[in-house]
Design a protein around this ligand. Sequence first.
Ligand code: FUB
Ligand code: ZN
Length: 655
Amino acid sequence: MSRTSPTTAGTAGPVLLGPGAHATLRPAAAAAIEGGFWQVRRAVNARAGIPQGPRLLESAGNLHDLRLAAGTAEGDFRGDYPFMDSDVYKWLEAASWQLGQSAPDGRDAAEADGERAALAGEVDRIIGLVAAAQQPDGYLNTWFQVTKGGARYQDLRWGHELYCAGHLIQAAVAHHRSTGGKELLRVATRFADHIDTVFGPGKAIESFDGHPEVETALVELYRETGERRYLDLAQYFVDRHGHGVLGGEAYCQDRVPLRAAENVEGHAVRQLYLLAAAADLACETGEAELRAAGERLWRAMTATKTHLTGGVGAHHDKEDFGDPFELPTERAYCETCAAIASIQWSWRMALLTGEARYGDLIERTLFNGVLSGVSLDGETWLYVNPLQIRDGHTDLGGDKSARRTEWFRCACCPPNVMRLLASLEHYVTSTDGAGLQVHQYASGRYTGDAAGRPVVVSAHTTYPAAGTVTFTVEETPGDRPWTLSLRIPHWSAGFAARVAGEPVEDTAADGWLRLERVWAPGDEVTLELDLTPRLTSADPRVDAVRGCVAIERGPLVYCLEQVDHPGGGLDDIVIDTSRPLTEQDRPDLLGGVVTVRAAGRRRAAPDSGHWWPYRAAGRGGTAPDEDPAVPLTAIPYYAWANRQDGSMRVWLPTG
Ligand code: FUB
Ligand code: ZN
């Protein structure tokens, strides 16, 4: 049997820090996810998710709008938003990362080559549409070109012109890094150069776009081209926020400068893209104040404004973070894009500081808040990711539906998931020049650097089904020590590690288990994390879930779905926390999951038939021992809404 070919392999990924960067860590030189949980999810993304993009972008009107702007089609502008172009760019970014990778496993090489050629052809075709729509001076936004008679930058709060430019630049950088192709990069740099002539101190517009994105993109363009002025422009935009230039609203990240902010606020995606850019800048410039702001705001967000799933954004209104501890369940917004933005920020903070905690949040968010956004077959999506669907839920449909949808009117989330999954291997490991840090546990092959010499380690695991991860040193200098650092997740009650069968004594107090050795090829390290199912409660200030617990196992948050609990709904379910949780391997269910079983009961509706749901405090309710026992079966939250419609809940009342 031939060696398993990787689903993904490459040296090209996002956040390739510049040569003079001040970050503690750097993305590892080459990474490949091979086998295991993530290979399956990424293969679905590669074979079902990404290939459907051109058809959906055609039927939603995005490609038609490009043709309108180019003057090669007639008709009305299609789509309701000034950021229709960004869906095209995010798809191009996803497809570009995908093109930078080798063929998925288990397929005939000719078939894989054919698929790859087809994808490359679609990418080239769509790049052609983008290039044709660009105006002679580099400006490009189909909405303003077609519907506003070419008026520009009249509405920076909502216009999204630089947001779209940012996604164009990100796509171009991905395409250039992955394929060496220059055409899209040429389009993007022409737009960036145009922006640089218009925006900045003493220029026509001393303001910024209400939706950040161009900032991280400009930093990436600086990294790709070496042109310092792109970094300077990114710095200008970040610094301009928070001074009332756009009306002083939190929604536009204009209420308070980042360096003075005490907590995350406003539109969640806007806030997190801005913070990702601030971390990028701190990585490149070494600015201590911006780094301190990032650390402070990250702690405030995780301590007060993050759902158990890693999802963020408590308000449907204005897609806002909400107040501290305002973390509702059925109205949790938790936009898929916000979860992705959180990962992008955390990854940059991990590189900047070298701290393990950022990997903890990335893991939680990835396995729960992001992955719930895409169906198991990769073809339908959730925009909002609530933590509860009530019995008798009336679904209003549309973008904010709790039912998976093929595409959205505001289709920001699906191509965002595609681009994250297509580049995921670059969020797994890093190097500091003295070894390799493993932030996430995914089977694969990862390359670090030890004093300029490559170190290559392979990882093998069925995580998160099981908690054992085996690492094998494949390449090593052999004459000098280097350090393999393994993140010990905060949820793991304990861990055991062995090097060549010998137990390691270390508490990993700061979240890193550091194994420094003169390694030899074939050396094996085994890490065992404790995946015992556990009950989790929330800070009492999270009123929405007071008196409730959630089931977790390893990095996975669990939920109940109605389909597993016949004979009634979920609103009356109570969990018996005195009884043990047990797990069951279910390869037949939802693509293969470990379910967690718990003892429960179904509370009889108090005073049933009564017209008023309130009563004198301390009175009412049935005696628990009269309630019928109901065995509870919890599934991983990421897999919910993949069977029939019905209620769902993460947080379970204890009484
Ligand atoms: O405004 C562009 C995108 O649409 C945002 O990032 C999402 O929150 C959605 O509003
Ligand atoms: Zn979105």
